[in-house]
Design a protein around this ligand. Structure first.
Ligand code: PRP
Length: 216
């Protein structure tokens, strides 16, 4: 765990960081730099006892699980893949909203393929969530793990369909793909290290309460 009298918050760059700024402000915390413009990975704030560490979105739960960060903000998609071990998840922050979907090339009759029991090749970085989804539906799949640009897989002949996040739908459209099934709505959650919460409740609870108030 970090210093007993200080708070470390794990955040990822991009949309989650931008949408977290108002929540931090509600807790009286203002980062001193924008990670988009700085290469620094540890960013101070207006509060001497609060710092932000900038990590990959999929690494946020790991930093919080091991207590390298006391708090973190991560998408439900990332938390489901991680499994959530050792993490207290007190709040849906209702930011970075999107949905996890199955998408396929326009013209591919996904429903018919499922009905006739075809074995589908699915490319995704969400292996656990995809496995559970297709198993619950009784759909036979071969899952292919990718780390990004899932939309390319059906176009290049690597997979029949993908499981990926969809927000505006622009990326699917630009690549002649279409959403064929929604798996679940996604938003970002606050995650808290369980030991930190016990040991530093006086420091952490006001931040959690301010976030909760700002979400309302
Ligand atoms: C996400 C997702 C899609 C895209 C969807 O990728 O993987 O590619 O956004 O957004 P849209 O429906 O508004 O077009 P992101 O840009 O977050 O990068 P990633 O591939 O690293 O996840």
């Amino acid at each position: 765990m970090n210093a007993i009298n200080a708070i470390t918050i794990a955040l990822s760059k991009g949309r989650i960081f931008e949408e977290t700024l108002p929540l931090l402000a509600a807790a009286g915390i203002v980062p001193s730099e924008n990670p988009e413009q700085s290469r620094k990975l540890i960013i101070g704030t207006n509060r001497p006892d609060v710092r932000v560490v900038i990590v990959r979105a999929s690494d946020v739960p790991t930093y919080v699980q091991y207590g390298a960060a006391d708090l973190g903000i991560a998408g439900k998609d990332v938390l489901l893949e991680h499994g959530g071990t050792g993490l207290y998840q007190p709040l849906d922050l209702k930011i970075a909203k999107c949905r996890l979907c199955v998408a396929a090339p326009v013209g591919f009759d996904y429903a018919a393929a499922v009905r006739r029991g075809a074995r589908l090749r699915i490319a995704t970085k969400y292996i656990q969530t995809a496995r559970e989804h297709f198993a619950a539906k009784g759909v036979h799949v071969d899952l292919i793990k990718l780390y990004g640009s899932m939309e390319l897989a059906p176009l290049a002949g690597l997979a029949d369909a993908i499981v990926d996040l969809v927000s505006s739908g622009g990326t699917l459209k630009a690549n002649n793909l279409t959403e064929v099934e929604e798996i679940m709505p996604i938003s970002s959650r606050l995650v808290v290290n369980q030991a930190s919460l016990k040991m530093k409740r006086d420091l952490l609870q006001p931040v959690i309460d301010s976030f909760a108030g700002a979400v309302q």
